[in-house]
Design a protein around this ligand. Structure first.
Ligand code: NAD
Length: 312
């Protein structure tokens, strides 16, 4: 084909059509993901605003939190993509036997706790992240009435939350299995007690055996915490469910309790999680803010402040 004919080919309607089709396809390829990204971030911005409106309109908001809220502090969760159980299923099988071991031989249980490194690392070294801090500030503003947490790391308390129910106990406390009294673990020199062959530690009130306050698999939830949590979940009109896979029972029942309201009243269940959960899939949550609690909660807090006319 000579040069003249080639120019003619370029100008022919069929060839121009192909060129246009190619250009539009390329534009399509590059613009569609950007459109999706734009739509998703618009949707997220609207959901953040919606969550703030629901919190401000609500009369009794609570937060239910799980291991996901502490991952941004450096503590691994159990079932997230890089969770402890996800990476090491054998560790999960071992964890299911701990409570039976305590019942059979409390001294052995304590020796293991004092000599085998914890799966979550040394919990003393971790600090609260912006997610914990946002919830603590919402409590100070009078918006959030209680945090009910599955976490044992004490980070809500470190962040300044005062009304915290440690549903699965607190790693910094010991609990008497006879009378239920709790003690700060710092008040016991457990290594010394082990050295003097005086394990298990005993309750100063009733002489009963002390175990860690952490609730192990197959161990009943202490009745004081179980009852109050149920009461708060039945009473709330807004529940913020943050960073939980919602598969550990009986905690996972609390969002369902919060959802069931007497006729004529309604509650809003807001989920903030890195991924959808059974609460999302079964329609228990009204909406999911998919992302990190350490990013979403401070954004919701800023919107709440805006609605309340509090200077940022
Ligand atoms: P889980 O590990 O079963 O689920 C965590 C969920 O949070 C997952 O869906 C994950 O995708 C999500 N997630 C992870 N990081 C997130 C982030 N930054 N923002 C939003 N979502 C995030 O945790 P669970 O439901 O709490 O149940 C695990 C049990 O293990 C609980 O009983 C808890 O007591 C215990 N646990 C406690 C700690 C802790 O005290 N920090 C840590 C691990 C496990």
């Amino acid at each position: 084909m000579d040069e003249k004919n080639f120019v003619h080919e370029l100008k022919s309607p069929a060839f121009s059509g192909i060129i246009f089709w190619a250009i539009f396809s390329l534009l399509g390829v590059f613009s569609e993901p950007r459109n999706d990204f734009f739509k998703e971030s618009m949707l997220m911005t609207n959901l953040i605003k919606q969550a703030a409106v629901d919190l401000v309109k609500g009369k009794y908001a609570i937060a239910l939190t799980g291991a996901g809220i502490s991952t941004e502090s450096g503590i691994p969760d159990f079932r997230g993509p890089s969770g402890v159980w996800t990476r090491d299923p054998e560790a999960e099988r071992r964890a299911y036997r701990v409570y039976a071991q305590f019942q059979e031989d409390p001294k052995r249980y304590w020796i293991d706790r004092l000599t085998i490194p914890s799966l979550l690392g040394n919990l003393d070294q971790y600090a609260p992240n912006p997610g914990h801090l946002a919830l603590a500030e919402m409590e100070k503003m009078g918006i959030l009435k209680w945090v009910i947490t599955q976490n044992v790391d004490g980070l809500h308390q470190k962040a300044g939350s005062r009304r915290v129910l440690d549903y699965h106990g607190n790693a910094f406390k010991l609990r008497c299995v006879s009378c239920g009294s709790r003690f700060e673990s710092g008040d016991f020199d457990l290594k010394k007690i082990m050295g003097e062959d005086r394990l298990p530690p005993l309750c100063s009130g009733c002489g009963g055996v002390l175990k860690s306050d952490v609730v192990h698999f197959h161990e009943p939830i202490p009745s004081d915490v179980a009852e109050q949590s149920l009461e708060e979940a039945s009473r709330c009109d807004v529940a913020l469910i943050c960073g939980t896979s919602a598969v550990v029972y009986p905690f996972a029942r609390l969002p369902q309790v919060a959802k069931q309201r007497p006729p004529g009243s309604k509650s809003v269940i807001i989920e903030i999680n890195a991924e959808p959960t059974p609460l999302t899939e079964r329609g228990i949550s009204d909406y999911l803010l998919q992302g990190k609690t350490g990013e979403m909660l401070p954004k919701i807090l800023e919107e709440v402040k805006g609605l309340k006319g509090i200077k940022k």
